[in-house]
Design a binder for this molecule. Sequence first.
Ligand SMILES: [Zn+2]
Length: 96
Amino acid sequence: MSRHTNRVQRKVRMPSNSRKKNKKESVKKAGEISCGIASCDGFSDKHMGGRSLSQENAIETWGEGGFTVRKNRVRVCKGCYKAWKKDNKDDNNTQY
Ligand SMILES: [Zn+2]
């Protein structure tokens, strides 16, 4: 496994703590439905691009027990859905 530590010089501005922090925790469009994937903290709300997969589909990608089932569906966030999609692409012939 080659591990390329690509040190990209990106401008990471250290968030200075001088920024007022005590301004009432800004709840920025938080989701309500949390992602069903155990290792994910995302939200699967529709307005956030969430999707629901069938258990079978979820098992293929995350394995049994790696997610929470809700009403026979697995709610996943946008990111997880993408990951799943990518994962499942391999089964098909990649033809563009
Ligand atoms: Zn997720």
